[in-house]
Design a binder for this molecule. Sequence first.
Ligand code: GLA
Length: 384
Amino acid sequence: MKNEIIKEFRKLFHKEPEYIYFCPGRVNLIGEHIDYNGGNVMPCAITLGTYLAVSRNIDKHFHFRCLNFPEVADLHLQSSYSKTGKQWFNYPLGVINQLLNEGHGLAGLDMLYYGNLPIGAGLSSSATIEVLTAFALNEMFLLSLTRKELALISQKSENEFIGVSCGIMDQFAVAMGQSNKAILLNCDTVEFEYIPFDTKEYVLAIINSNKQRTLAESKYNERFAQCGEALKMLKQKLSIRQLCDLSVADFEINNNLINDLILEKRVLHVVSENERVKDAVKALKNGDLDFFGKLMFASHQSLKELYEVSGKELDAIVDICKSFNGCIGARMTGAGFGGCCIALVENSKLEDFKEKLMLSYTSKIGYAPEIFSSLAGDGVREIK
Ligand code: GLA
Protein backbone atom coordinates (compact mmCIF):
# COMPACT_ATOMS: atom_id res chain seq x y z
CA MET A 1 0.00 0.00 0.00
CA LYS A 2 2.75 2.40 0.99
CA ASN A 3 4.68 1.91 -2.26
CA GLU A 4 1.55 2.35 -4.34
CA ILE A 5 0.59 5.64 -2.74
CA ILE A 6 4.17 6.93 -3.12
CA LYS A 7 4.11 6.01 -6.81
CA GLU A 8 0.80 7.80 -7.33
CA PHE A 9 1.97 10.83 -5.37
CA ARG A 10 5.03 11.14 -7.63
CA LYS A 11 2.85 10.90 -10.73
CA LEU A 12 0.47 13.58 -9.50
CA PHE A 13 2.84 16.06 -7.88
CA HIS A 14 6.18 15.28 -9.61
CA LYS A 15 8.03 15.02 -6.31
CA GLU A 16 8.47 12.74 -3.30
CA PRO A 17 6.01 12.78 -0.38
CA GLU A 18 7.70 14.00 2.80
CA TYR A 19 5.52 11.82 5.05
CA ILE A 20 3.06 8.94 4.93
CA TYR A 21 0.44 8.69 7.65
CA PHE A 22 -2.19 6.05 8.35
CA CYS A 23 -5.43 6.22 10.30
CA PRO A 24 -7.46 3.04 10.99
CA GLY A 25 -11.24 2.74 10.87
CA ARG A 26 -13.18 1.56 13.91
CA VAL A 27 -15.92 -0.76 14.97
CA ASN A 28 -17.95 -0.16 18.07
CA LEU A 29 -18.14 -3.34 20.13
CA ILE A 30 -21.03 -2.08 22.24
CA GLY A 31 -22.58 1.21 23.39
CA GLU A 32 -24.41 2.45 20.30
CA HIS A 33 -26.04 5.85 19.89
CA ILE A 34 -25.18 6.88 23.40
CA ASP A 35 -21.98 8.88 22.90
CA TYR A 36 -24.02 12.05 22.30
CA ASN A 37 -26.02 11.25 25.45
CA GLY A 38 -23.01 11.21 27.76
CA GLY A 39 -22.83 7.40 27.85
CA ASN A 40 -20.08 4.80 27.95
CA VAL A 41 -19.02 3.27 24.64
CA MET A 42 -16.58 0.53 23.76
CA PRO A 43 -15.05 0.90 20.29
CA CYS A 44 -11.77 -0.40 18.97
CA ALA A 45 -9.65 0.64 16.01
CA ILE A 46 -9.35 -1.97 13.24
CA THR A 47 -6.60 -2.79 10.76
CA LEU A 48 -8.05 -1.26 7.59
CA GLY A 49 -8.04 2.50 7.19
CA THR A 50 -6.93 5.55 5.23
CA TYR A 51 -3.44 6.64 4.12
CA LEU A 52 -2.17 10.14 3.47
CA ALA A 53 0.96 10.99 1.48
CA VAL A 54 1.85 14.64 1.99
CA SER A 55 4.44 17.30 1.20
CA ARG A 56 4.72 21.00 1.83
CA ASN A 57 4.55 23.22 -1.27
CA ILE A 58 5.61 26.77 -2.06
CA ASP A 59 2.54 27.82 -4.03
CA LYS A 60 0.46 28.42 -0.87
CA HIS A 61 -2.33 26.04 -1.85
CA PHE A 62 -3.96 22.98 -0.40
CA HIS A 63 -4.05 20.49 -3.26
CA PHE A 64 -6.48 17.72 -2.34
CA ARG A 65 -6.38 14.43 -4.25
CA CYS A 66 -7.84 11.03 -3.40
CA LEU A 67 -7.41 7.73 -5.19
CA ASN A 68 -10.95 6.68 -4.21
CA PHE A 69 -12.77 9.70 -5.66
CA PRO A 70 -12.42 11.62 -8.92
CA GLU A 71 -13.08 15.07 -7.41
CA VAL A 72 -10.05 17.27 -6.73
CA ALA A 73 -9.68 20.68 -5.07
CA ASP A 74 -6.94 23.30 -5.25
CA LEU A 75 -7.58 25.96 -2.67
CA HIS A 76 -5.45 29.00 -1.96
CA LEU A 77 -4.35 29.38 1.66
CA GLN A 78 -6.96 31.56 3.39
CA SER A 79 -7.77 32.44 6.97
CA SER A 80 -10.97 30.36 6.89
CA TYR A 81 -13.04 28.16 4.59
CA SER A 82 -16.62 27.08 4.22
CA LYS A 83 -18.11 23.83 2.99
CA THR A 84 -18.68 23.44 -0.72
CA GLY A 85 -21.10 20.74 -1.88
CA LYS A 86 -20.85 17.21 -0.56
CA GLN A 87 -17.46 16.19 -1.91
CA TRP A 88 -14.97 14.23 0.14
CA PHE A 89 -12.42 17.06 0.46
CA ASN A 90 -14.77 18.93 2.81
CA TYR A 91 -13.62 16.49 5.52
CA PRO A 92 -9.93 17.49 5.51
CA LEU A 93 -10.89 21.07 4.72
CA GLY A 94 -13.11 21.26 7.80
CA VAL A 95 -10.21 20.19 9.99
CA ILE A 96 -7.87 22.72 8.37
CA ASN A 97 -10.52 25.37 8.93
CA GLN A 98 -10.87 24.37 12.58
CA LEU A 99 -7.10 24.53 13.16
CA LEU A 100 -6.94 27.96 11.48
CA ASN A 101 -9.87 29.18 13.62
CA GLU A 102 -7.96 28.11 16.71
CA GLY A 103 -5.04 30.27 15.60
CA HIS A 104 -2.62 27.63 14.33
CA GLY A 105 -0.27 28.68 11.54
CA LEU A 106 -0.36 26.39 8.49
CA ALA A 107 1.21 26.41 5.01
CA GLY A 108 0.36 24.96 1.60
CA LEU A 109 0.32 21.17 1.19
CA ASP A 110 0.10 18.58 -1.56
CA MET A 111 -2.10 15.84 -0.13
CA LEU A 112 -3.00 12.45 -1.55
CA TYR A 113 -5.46 10.24 0.33
CA TYR A 114 -6.22 6.58 -0.22
CA GLY A 115 -8.51 4.35 1.84
CA ASN A 116 -8.98 0.58 1.85
CA LEU A 117 -12.02 0.79 4.13
CA PRO A 118 -15.41 0.32 2.51
CA ILE A 119 -16.59 3.94 2.22
CA GLY A 120 -19.77 5.04 3.95
CA ALA A 121 -20.19 1.58 5.47
CA GLY A 122 -20.24 2.69 9.08
CA LEU A 123 -16.57 1.98 9.79
CA SER A 124 -15.84 5.69 10.24
CA SER A 125 -14.16 6.41 6.93
CA SER A 126 -14.97 10.10 7.47
CA ALA A 127 -13.43 10.16 10.95
CA THR A 128 -10.28 8.57 9.51
CA ILE A 129 -9.85 11.45 7.04
CA GLU A 130 -10.46 14.03 9.75
CA VAL A 131 -8.13 12.55 12.35
CA LEU A 132 -5.50 11.71 9.73
CA THR A 133 -5.47 15.33 8.57
CA ALA A 134 -5.38 16.70 12.11
CA PHE A 135 -2.56 14.30 13.07
CA ALA A 136 -0.48 15.10 9.96
CA LEU A 137 -0.81 18.85 10.40
CA ASN A 138 -0.02 18.59 14.10
CA GLU A 139 3.21 16.74 13.32
CA MET A 140 4.28 18.79 10.31
CA PHE A 141 3.59 22.21 11.82
CA LEU A 142 4.61 21.28 15.38
CA LEU A 143 1.25 22.27 16.87
CA SER A 144 1.81 20.28 20.10
CA LEU A 145 -1.76 19.01 20.31
CA THR A 146 -2.49 15.75 22.13
CA ARG A 147 -4.31 12.87 20.44
CA LYS A 148 -7.35 13.62 22.55
CA GLU A 149 -7.31 17.25 21.36
CA LEU A 150 -6.96 16.08 17.75
CA ALA A 151 -10.05 13.89 18.20
CA LEU A 152 -12.02 16.79 19.69
CA ILE A 153 -10.97 19.14 16.86
CA SER A 154 -12.05 16.53 14.33
CA GLN A 155 -15.41 16.05 16.01
CA LYS A 156 -15.96 19.82 16.11
CA SER A 157 -15.26 20.02 12.41
CA GLU A 158 -17.76 17.24 11.70
CA ASN A 159 -20.40 18.97 13.87
CA GLU A 160 -19.90 22.52 12.64
CA PHE A 161 -18.33 22.30 9.18
CA ILE A 162 -19.92 19.10 7.85
CA GLY A 163 -23.16 19.52 9.84
CA VAL A 164 -23.52 16.07 11.44
CA SER A 165 -24.25 16.16 15.19
CA CYS A 166 -22.02 13.13 15.90
CA GLY A 167 -20.56 12.36 19.31
CA ILE A 168 -16.88 11.88 20.11
CA MET A 169 -16.70 8.09 19.76
CA ASP A 170 -15.40 7.64 16.21
CA GLN A 171 -12.73 10.32 16.23
CA PHE A 172 -11.57 9.22 19.67
CA ALA A 173 -11.39 5.54 18.70
CA VAL A 174 -9.32 6.09 15.57
CA ALA A 175 -7.00 8.52 17.33
CA MET A 176 -6.49 6.46 20.48
CA GLY A 177 -6.80 2.80 19.40
CA GLN A 178 -4.33 0.21 20.71
CA SER A 179 -3.75 -3.27 19.37
CA ASN A 180 -5.70 -6.02 21.14
CA LYS A 181 -7.51 -3.47 23.29
CA ALA A 182 -11.01 -2.07 23.35
CA ILE A 183 -11.43 1.48 24.59
CA LEU A 184 -13.93 2.10 27.34
CA LEU A 185 -14.75 5.75 26.84
CA ASN A 186 -16.91 7.87 29.09
CA CYS A 187 -18.30 10.35 26.59
CA ASP A 188 -19.35 12.78 29.30
CA THR A 189 -15.94 13.30 30.85
CA VAL A 190 -13.83 11.97 27.92
CA GLU A 191 -12.04 9.77 30.46
CA PHE A 192 -11.07 6.38 29.15
CA GLU A 193 -9.56 3.04 29.98
CA TYR A 194 -8.09 0.33 27.76
CA ILE A 195 -9.76 -3.05 28.23
CA PRO A 196 -7.93 -6.18 27.01
CA PHE A 197 -9.94 -7.50 24.08
CA ASP A 198 -8.95 -11.14 24.00
CA THR A 199 -11.26 -13.01 21.64
CA LYS A 200 -9.68 -16.39 22.48
CA GLU A 201 -10.89 -19.04 20.03
CA TYR A 202 -13.16 -16.52 18.31
CA VAL A 203 -12.52 -13.96 15.59
CA LEU A 204 -14.12 -10.59 15.20
CA ALA A 205 -15.89 -10.74 11.84
CA ILE A 206 -17.01 -7.55 10.13
CA ILE A 207 -19.90 -7.97 7.74
CA ASN A 208 -20.71 -5.17 5.33
CA SER A 209 -24.38 -5.32 4.35
CA ASN A 210 -23.55 -3.34 1.20
CA LYS A 211 -26.74 -1.42 1.82
CA GLN A 212 -26.25 2.19 0.77
CA ARG A 213 -26.72 4.46 3.74
CA THR A 214 -28.97 6.98 2.03
CA LEU A 215 -30.54 9.52 4.39
CA ALA A 216 -28.33 8.27 7.21
CA GLU A 217 -27.15 11.79 8.07
CA SER A 218 -30.63 13.27 8.37
CA LYS A 219 -31.95 10.29 10.34
CA TYR A 220 -28.93 10.49 12.61
CA ASN A 221 -29.58 14.17 13.28
CA GLU A 222 -33.24 13.31 13.92
CA ARG A 223 -32.31 10.78 16.63
CA PHE A 224 -29.96 13.37 18.16
CA ALA A 225 -32.83 15.88 18.26
CA GLN A 226 -35.27 13.34 19.75
CA CYS A 227 -32.86 12.66 22.61
CA GLY A 228 -32.57 16.40 23.23
CA GLU A 229 -36.35 16.73 23.35
CA ALA A 230 -36.75 13.81 25.75
CA LEU A 231 -34.02 15.22 27.97
CA LYS A 232 -35.86 18.53 28.19
CA MET A 233 -39.03 16.77 29.38
CA LEU A 234 -37.16 14.73 31.98
CA LYS A 235 -35.29 17.76 33.25
CA GLN A 236 -38.54 19.43 34.30
CA LYS A 237 -38.50 17.19 37.37
CA LEU A 238 -35.14 15.46 37.46
CA SER A 239 -31.77 17.05 38.05
CA ILE A 240 -29.90 15.29 35.27
CA ARG A 241 -27.59 16.78 32.65
CA GLN A 242 -27.71 14.01 30.07
CA LEU A 243 -29.85 10.95 29.39
CA CYS A 244 -27.11 8.59 30.54
CA ASP A 245 -27.22 10.13 34.03
CA LEU A 246 -30.32 7.94 34.44
CA SER A 247 -30.32 4.25 35.32
CA VAL A 248 -32.93 1.99 33.75
CA ALA A 249 -34.68 1.77 37.13
CA ASP A 250 -34.76 5.59 37.53
CA PHE A 251 -36.16 5.95 34.07
CA GLU A 252 -38.87 3.40 34.64
CA ILE A 253 -40.06 5.31 37.71
CA ASN A 254 -40.07 8.58 35.79
CA ASN A 255 -41.12 7.64 32.27
CA ASN A 256 -44.46 9.38 32.78
CA LEU A 257 -42.57 12.67 32.32
CA ILE A 258 -42.33 11.77 28.65
CA ASN A 259 -45.68 11.91 26.96
CA ASP A 260 -44.56 10.54 23.64
CA LEU A 261 -44.28 6.86 22.87
CA ILE A 262 -41.48 7.21 20.34
CA LEU A 263 -39.35 9.36 22.65
CA GLU A 264 -39.93 6.90 25.47
CA LYS A 265 -38.57 4.06 23.32
CA ARG A 266 -35.53 6.14 22.37
CA VAL A 267 -34.69 6.84 26.01
CA LEU A 268 -35.21 3.24 27.02
CA HIS A 269 -32.65 2.20 24.43
CA VAL A 270 -30.17 4.81 25.62
CA VAL A 271 -30.35 3.97 29.32
CA SER A 272 -30.37 0.20 28.82
CA GLU A 273 -27.51 0.30 26.31
CA ASN A 274 -25.43 2.29 28.79
CA GLU A 275 -25.99 -0.42 31.40
CA ARG A 276 -25.10 -3.13 28.87
CA VAL A 277 -21.73 -1.47 28.36
CA LYS A 278 -21.04 -1.67 32.07
CA ASP A 279 -21.93 -5.37 32.00
CA ALA A 280 -19.78 -5.85 28.90
CA VAL A 281 -16.75 -4.44 30.72
CA LYS A 282 -17.24 -6.96 33.51
CA ALA A 283 -17.67 -9.76 30.96
CA LEU A 284 -14.41 -8.90 29.18
CA LYS A 285 -12.52 -8.46 32.44
CA ASN A 286 -13.75 -11.90 33.56
CA GLY A 287 -12.94 -13.45 30.20
CA ASP A 288 -16.63 -14.34 29.78
CA LEU A 289 -17.03 -14.01 26.02
CA ASP A 290 -20.32 -15.93 25.99
CA PHE A 291 -21.95 -13.28 28.12
CA PHE A 292 -20.33 -10.55 26.05
CA GLY A 293 -21.89 -12.16 22.96
CA LYS A 294 -25.34 -12.22 24.58
CA LEU A 295 -25.01 -8.52 25.32
CA MET A 296 -24.20 -7.92 21.64
CA PHE A 297 -27.42 -9.65 20.57
CA ALA A 298 -29.40 -7.70 23.17
CA SER A 299 -27.87 -4.44 21.96
CA HIS A 300 -28.94 -5.21 18.42
CA GLN A 301 -32.47 -6.00 19.49
CA SER A 302 -32.73 -2.67 21.26
CA LEU A 303 -31.32 -0.74 18.28
CA LYS A 304 -33.81 -2.51 16.06
CA GLU A 305 -36.93 -2.17 18.16
CA LEU A 306 -36.46 0.82 20.42
CA TYR A 307 -34.05 3.11 18.61
CA GLU A 308 -35.13 1.97 15.12
CA VAL A 309 -31.84 2.50 13.34
CA SER A 310 -31.33 -0.99 11.96
CA GLY A 311 -33.04 -2.20 8.78
CA LYS A 312 -33.90 -5.43 7.01
CA GLU A 313 -30.33 -5.95 5.75
CA LEU A 314 -28.64 -5.61 9.15
CA ASP A 315 -31.41 -7.64 10.80
CA ALA A 316 -30.98 -10.40 8.23
CA ILE A 317 -27.28 -10.61 9.07
CA VAL A 318 -27.89 -10.79 12.80
CA ASP A 319 -30.62 -13.43 12.34
CA ILE A 320 -28.28 -15.58 10.25
CA CYS A 321 -25.57 -15.15 12.88
CA LYS A 322 -27.99 -16.22 15.63
CA SER A 323 -28.83 -19.42 13.82
CA PHE A 324 -25.18 -20.30 13.13
CA ASN A 325 -23.77 -22.69 15.68
CA GLY A 326 -20.37 -21.12 16.33
CA CYS A 327 -21.40 -17.46 16.42
CA ILE A 328 -21.83 -16.29 20.02
CA GLY A 329 -22.81 -12.68 19.39
CA ALA A 330 -23.59 -10.18 16.65
CA ARG A 331 -24.95 -6.68 16.26
CA MET A 332 -25.01 -3.74 13.93
CA THR A 333 -22.14 -1.34 14.56
CA GLY A 334 -21.99 2.43 14.09
CA ALA A 335 -24.85 4.70 13.13
CA GLY A 336 -26.92 2.01 11.37
CA PHE A 337 -29.40 2.54 8.51
CA GLY A 338 -27.22 0.11 6.54
CA GLY A 339 -23.48 -0.30 6.94
CA CYS A 340 -21.85 -3.09 8.92
CA CYS A 341 -22.47 -5.73 11.56
CA ILE A 342 -19.85 -7.31 13.77
CA ALA A 343 -19.92 -10.90 15.00
CA LEU A 344 -17.84 -13.17 17.23
CA VAL A 345 -17.31 -16.39 15.32
CA GLU A 346 -15.45 -19.52 16.28
CA ASN A 347 -12.12 -19.48 14.50
CA SER A 348 -12.34 -22.99 13.11
CA LYS A 349 -15.82 -22.31 11.69
CA LEU A 350 -15.09 -19.01 9.97
CA GLU A 351 -15.00 -20.37 6.43
CA ASP A 352 -18.26 -22.25 6.94
CA PHE A 353 -19.78 -19.10 8.47
CA LYS A 354 -18.74 -16.99 5.49
CA GLU A 355 -20.23 -19.46 3.04
CA LYS A 356 -23.56 -19.78 4.88
CA LEU A 357 -23.89 -16.06 5.43
CA MET A 358 -23.07 -15.30 1.82
CA LEU A 359 -25.72 -17.72 0.55
CA SER A 360 -28.55 -16.91 2.98
CA TYR A 361 -28.04 -13.15 2.86
CA THR A 362 -27.89 -13.08 -0.92
CA SER A 363 -31.02 -15.16 -1.27
CA LYS A 364 -32.90 -12.99 1.27
CA ILE A 365 -31.69 -9.55 0.21
CA GLY A 366 -30.79 -9.95 -3.44
CA TYR A 367 -27.13 -8.97 -3.36
CA ALA A 368 -24.04 -10.22 -1.56
CA PRO A 369 -22.49 -8.96 1.67
CA GLU A 370 -18.74 -8.55 2.19
CA ILE A 371 -17.13 -10.41 5.07
CA PHE A 372 -13.71 -9.91 6.56
CA SER A 373 -12.09 -10.27 9.94
CA SER A 374 -10.02 -7.80 11.89
CA LEU A 375 -7.94 -7.48 15.00
CA ALA A 376 -8.15 -4.49 17.31
CA GLY A 377 -5.37 -2.26 15.97
CA ASP A 378 -3.34 0.86 16.81
CA GLY A 379 -4.60 4.40 16.24
CA VAL A 380 -3.40 7.06 13.79
CA ARG A 381 0.36 7.05 13.15
CA GLU A 382 3.18 7.86 10.79
CA ILE A 383 4.28 4.99 8.49
CA LYS A 384 8.07 5.10 8.20
C1 GLA B 1 -21.81 7.46 14.27
C2 GLA B 1 -21.34 8.70 15.02
C3 GLA B 1 -20.89 8.36 16.44
C4 GLA B 1 -21.91 7.52 17.18
C5 GLA B 1 -22.39 6.36 16.31
C6 GLA B 1 -23.54 5.61 16.95
O1 GLA B 1 -20.75 6.59 14.04
O2 GLA B 1 -20.32 9.35 14.32
O3 GLA B 1 -20.57 9.54 17.13
O4 GLA B 1 -22.99 8.31 17.60
O5 GLA B 1 -22.81 6.78 15.02
O6 GLA B 1 -23.14 5.03 18.13
